[in-house]
Design a protein around this ligand. Structure first.
Ligand SMILES: [Zn+2]
Length: 146
């Protein structure tokens, strides 16, 4: 519900544009924005001139009130401190980029614990040296499979 203006310069044709981008999404109130995070379209913009897809990043907070969960991306230290004060009963997770944000939202949307999945991912990587990266995709409830 809060926005910032992001200046975007196309690396292909040098076209300058300003776009309005969300800095805060509430998963219960704005399911359509949550969907955009999951689809990976939230931090992407198509140049109106040459149609190059441009990825961008800025400070962002995802708030799931129901699960008492905050997921922050690219937050300043003082913002993190303030959030912990404002939401003492919520869990705050920090992610580095839209890809991690997307995965974290996916995990919590399936009502799984982020810290447990993170541990599981680390274990999988430790167990097999040929695995470099593990990305959570979805949860097959019926077959109890991740
Ligand atoms: Zn362009």
């Amino acid at each position: 519900m809060r926005h910032i203006l992001v200046e975007i310069v196309c690396r292909n044709c040098n076209y300058h544009s300003h776009i309005k981008s969300h800095t805060l999404v509430n998963s219960q109130l704005e399911p359509e924005l949550k969907e955009r995070i999951v689809q990976g379209t939230m931090f992407r913009y198509q140049c109106p001139c040459c149609h190059t897809v441009i990825a961008f990043i800025h400070s962002f907070l995802y708030h799931d009130n129901e699960q008492k969960l905050l997921i922050g991306m690219d937050l300043k230290e003082q913002t993190i401190t303030a959030l912990k004060d404002q939401h003492p009963d919520s869990q705050l997770y920090l992610v580095k980029d839209p890809e991690q944000l997307r995965e974290a939202v996916n995990i919590t949307a399936d009502y799984l614990r982020l810290d447990a999945i993170t541990r599981l991912k680390k274990q999988l990587i430790k167990q097999d040296a040929s695995i470099q990266k593990v990305i959570y995709h979805d949860y097959d409830r019926e077959n109890q499979m991740l």
